[in-house]
Design a protein around this ligand. Sequence first.
Ligand SMILES: Nc1ncnc2c1ncn2[C@@H]1O[C@H](COP(=O)(O)OP(=O)(O)OP(=O)(O)O)[C@@H](O)[C@H]1O
Length: 281
Amino acid sequence: MSVIKVDELKKSFGNEHALKGISFNVEKGEIFGLLGPSGSGKTTTIKVMTGEFNATGGHVEVNGTPQKHFGKTSYIKNLGILSDKSSLYERLTVKDNLELFQKLYNAPKNRVDEVLKEVGLESEKDKRVSKLSKGMKQRILLCKAVIHKPDILFLDEPTSALDPTTTEKIHDMLEALRDEGTTIMLTTHNMDEATRLCSNVAFLHEGVIRDHGTPADLRHKYKKNEIHLTHEDGQVETIERNQENEGRIKDAVSDKDIVDIRTDFPTLGEVFKKVTGKELV
Ligand SMILES: Nc1ncnc2c1ncn2[C@@H]1O[C@H](COP(=O)(O)OP(=O)(O)OP(=O)(O)O)[C@@H](O)[C@H]1O
């Protein structure tokens, strides 16, 4: 079941056409990745979903709610949002911050300890936020975004500029949330992140979705048309996969001199470059 339906979404800022009619669906309980370089329109898309921007055209529906009602509390209260604008009260402790949002959202009191445990920061709960590292703050912001167990979680570049250990912890938490039924839509330009987490991705470039699908399907679709045959002496022979070489490829299977037959699948980053002509940075 699609919980996010986006059809021909357009968003312009004056003469700047940030989104030129993008369409995609996000299924319930999946992690969907909107991938694109800086300026491609990722944040604009998220901001339309969270009611911060009105669309210029097209149709958007989230959790059964049409876009015209995105400003309502009843819509917002079922969302979790993590963006570069998300913030905490620096002078308050971690626990006080989270208790504030737990009360605001009417979430059970034990959620504060529960989310802190999930991100491995229980021991920091009495620290002031101002004393935390950047990675710790990001994890607390994620706690804040999910304190009320939202149906849908929007994450704008959740791990950008974080160290690998913190990134790993955040990924673990997102997978746990997904397993509990939360639908997650994230933006990223980190291909490893998308490959690990996302069941479906869309490549956004200059306000247009250039291609979409599962990471595996996209890597398969854009694979090189080559086969590598490794000989017993370690030499690698690369041949084109075509009609002319069909017999040679078939023979290689039973050829005792061939110890390995391999097709190179491109990384998602390489696929993005092939589709858009641009690096994903
Ligand atoms: N409030 C705004 N007013 C005017 N132009 C805007 C506004 N927000 C975004 N834009 C423009 O829309 C385009 C897409 O921006 P957007 O922030 O959505 O890109 P992005 O993919 O999220 O980039 P990044 O990875 O750098 O965050 C850019 O050309 C940007 O200048």
